[in-house]
Design a protein around this ligand. Sequence first.
Ligand code: ARG
Length: 488
Amino acid sequence: MARKAARNPVKLSRKKITPANGGKPAGSAAKWSGRFTEPVDELVKRFTASVSFDARLAPYDIAGSIAHARMLAARGVLSAGDLADIERGMAKIREEIASGNFNWSIDAEDVHLNIERRLTALVGDAGKRLHTGRSRNDQVATDIRLWLRDQIDRIDDRLADLQDALVSQAERHAAVVMPGFTHLQPAQPVSFGHHMLAYFEMLDRDRERFTDCRSRLNRLPLGAAALAGTSYPIDRAQVARELLFDGLCANSLDAVSDRDFAIEFCHAAALTMVHLSRFCEELVLWASPRFGFINLPDRFCTGSSIMPQKKNPDVPELVRGKSGRVVGHLMALLTLMKSQPLAYNKDNQEDKEPLFDTADTLDSCLAVMAGLVADMTPMVASMRSAALEGFTTATDLADYLVRKGMPFRDAHEAVALAVKEAESRHCDLSGLPLADLRKFAAAINDDVFAVLTPEGSMHSRRHPGGTAPAQVRAAAARARQRMKRRVR
Ligand code: ARG
């Protein structure tokens, strides 16, 4: 199956739909079938057509049709000659689509009817027999699942690339100290590498969610036909095997109608984008001279048309912004599905654009972030001096007093008073002379200064999950192992 289907294989004349060209049937237009007394209104034809966006399902539609035809032939429903014609015709269609020579038309509404119509033009009656025992309802449900399965695999690779960049930063900068924040106020010193690995963990859970979604979507809808199944002696297991599905959708009504797998995908994507937006928010702040924590590679930044000094972090800003549309697509699909009676409804045609845009947006965001993260540089000196501001080692002083026997709540209060004193003298806790520190707690000795440095604080948190550089290096090594062990 083609891993990368062309994104926009369709060129259609984009005639605007207006009441002026709607309302009356086009002169030569054909009727939908003999059941109808007049051709479809031009306005309705344009309104109901989906080929302008669902043509990208073509490679999957063809694969699904061939698997269906082979099964029908194996069960004696189609002749060997018909199967050979269908396979030959589909090979030609595949080639026409790939080379941009396929004539897509809204007269045939969607990707499925366009391909079937062309097949019939190429091979005659065999083309007309392809749709035996099948409906566009189970056909489209199959196509989207196949397409989405490939998207998930590609996105998993992209997530792994970004994780790889994060782990590399963590390995390189495990001992680089920076202020950690709560409420965006300086809180306690942490390792820059530790901070990077926090995002590794978020992305790892995102990967699990996509893998989980893949396992549930990888069931075959074909055989459900329109909604009730089919009277032909079909072999669904054969089709499932050929299309690499892990099993069959167990209920025909459910198979053609639910799009929960698409919603799950959009949920996993929205959550991933939310994670990226948090990271991007930090990168934007850190790249500002007010923070000066990070240098973004020039090739990932843009300038200003008026202010010559500007180097703007457009990439993280855009990723942060794009999180909005992906979250929006999730809401769109949830709302689309809500209250739909069984089984298939045309509402479901509206699943495609949000779903496609979600996958495209996530893919491009992950790709650009992997490049940016791989080549960004922490500004070690300014992060360290920021870690010295804001009394980030106050907790370490309290912990020191606890080790000397003071109850934690008393230690907390003693240090709070010491901070107040240091603040009024415009110095750090380590800037207070020992004699003055001892006014707040007599237990303080000259060994206190080791715990008051950002490095001392960072190195002291040496349990698994902690920020001590040795722990960060060990966590990075485990992260590499976890990435290696992952199997699809
Ligand atoms: N284009 C349709 C979709 O995307 C295909 C199924 C249409 N089926 C039908 N009975 N109208 O959902």
